[in-house]
Design a protein around this ligand. Structure first.
Ligand SMILES: Nc1ncnc2c1ncn2[C@@H]1O[C@H](COP(=O)(O)OP(=O)(O)O)[C@@H](O)[C@H]1O
Ligand SMILES: [Mg+2]
Length: 345
């Protein structure tokens, strides 16, 4: 059982958890398009790969899967999830399981407006949203929505280009700059993060960890505290099962006036997952168990509440041996002591 994790970036802790889970059972191979992605160096082996938009990208992945005897593959970034899902059958034909949601669900989560329409159609509380500026202004005039509102790209991530907007002038200005923007009712309440695991064999929601976000910094949760509420667990379980997501999922919610609103879904391990892991919520172990062909037991809410997470920085220091001009060749693989195969040649 060998796992390939794509676009690892700075997710060092998550790679460490995988290495630990695979200990004695298999290897963890990481990829990134940049050799200065520190999480690469946590894995048992790593590859610098071309960008996911490059035409040879899939073939490079197939090559790595073959060479490394990979049995499971997952990505840590949103734009790559659909690519893996769309080609799941091609990976499966090589004996590689894509650890993630089906294509339709990946696409749904990627487009916040589509997700909003789905949530509305299925009766889940969510922020009233508009893609059409004129319709929004009409509703303002009719008193159906009031300022401030929240504006964000329909397909954005990492809190880039999001703003709280207080009036029409500011909104006009934002829309003038283009981009596929959407306007949302401003949710004024407690932000919540949920790390969920849907068993890939039984398709049942088997684990949920929820935390209150106490402080955000640069689009990331800087401080948070775990909590439990059976009403919230029930909502998440119903929603995730009905929407058909699979494997590790990260959900943003708001609590406003005692009611939970679903805000955003990232069908992958969330950046804040280490908080859950530290509380004993082992979704990495669940992936490993699924890859071994065994279903996971339901353990929803099996953690302590009131456990705080406080983020701090770490550094990865590394010297690259004899940097090669061939570094920009389309694939460079490195193992062991950090020597590249091409550098050796
Ligand atoms: N409707 C809203 N009301 C208030 N704050 C919001 C709303 N939507 C998003 N936010 C804030 O903006 C952040 C980023 O928005 P989100 O929809 O999660 O997009 P992404 O994380 O993909 O950039 C959220 O974490 C939250 O703090
Ligand atoms: Mg978000």
């Amino acid at each position: 059982m060998n796992v390939l994790i794509l676009s690892v970036g700075t997710r060092n802790k998550l790679i460490r958890y995988f290495v630990k889970a695979m200990d004695g059972k298999g290897r963890v191979i990481a990829t990134d398009m940049c050799r200065l992605a520190p999480a690469l160096y946590e894995a048992d082996g790593y590859y610098i790969v071309p960008g996911m938009d490059s035409p040879e990208y899939l073939d490079v992945l197939f090559g790595i899967c073959q060479k490394e005897g990979i049995t499971g593959i997952l990505s840590l970034i949103d734009p790559e999830l659909s690519l893996l899902a769309r080609n799941a059958h091609r990976f499966q034909a090589m004996g590689v399981t894509v650890i993630g949601s089906p294509y339709k669900q990946c696409e749904l989560a990627l487009d916040k407006f589509k997700m909003y329409e789905w949530l509305q159609d299925h009766g889940y509380r969510c922020a009233k949203s508009y893609r059409n500026q004129k319709k929004f202004y009409r509703d303002v005039e009719e008193g159906k929505i009031i300022y401030p509102v929240f504006v964000k790209p329909a397909k954005g991530s990492a809190s880039i280009a999001v703003s709280k907007v207080y009036d029409k002038e500011m909104l006009d200005l934002l829309f003038m700059n283009g981009g596929e923007l959407m306007v949302q009712e401003f949710l004024d309440g407690q932000e919540i993060g949920a790390d969920v695991y849907v068993d890939m064999l039984s398709h049942k929601v088997v684990s949920i960890f929820t935390k209150k976000k106490l402080k955000m910094r640069a689009g990331e949760t800087d401080k948070a505290v775990s909590f439990k509420d059976s009403k919230l667990f029930g909502l998440i379980e119903r929603f995730v099962a009905e929407a058909g997501f699979l494997a590790a999922i990260d959900i943003d919610l708001f609590e406003v006036g005692g009611e939970y609103y679903i805000s955003e879904i990232n069908p992958r391990f969330g950046g804040g997952y280490p908080h859950a892991y530290a509380c004993g919520v082992d979704h990495v172990g669940m992936v490993a168990k699924n890859l071994a062909g065994r279903a996971n037991e339901k353990v929803i809410g099996d953690y302590e509440d009131g456990v705080y997470m406080m983020k701090f920085n770490e550094l990865c220091i590394r010297q690259f041996n004899r940097p090669s001009k061939k570094e920009d060749a389309h694939i460079v693989s490195k193992f062991g002591e950090g020597r590249t195969e091409k550098e050796e040649g």
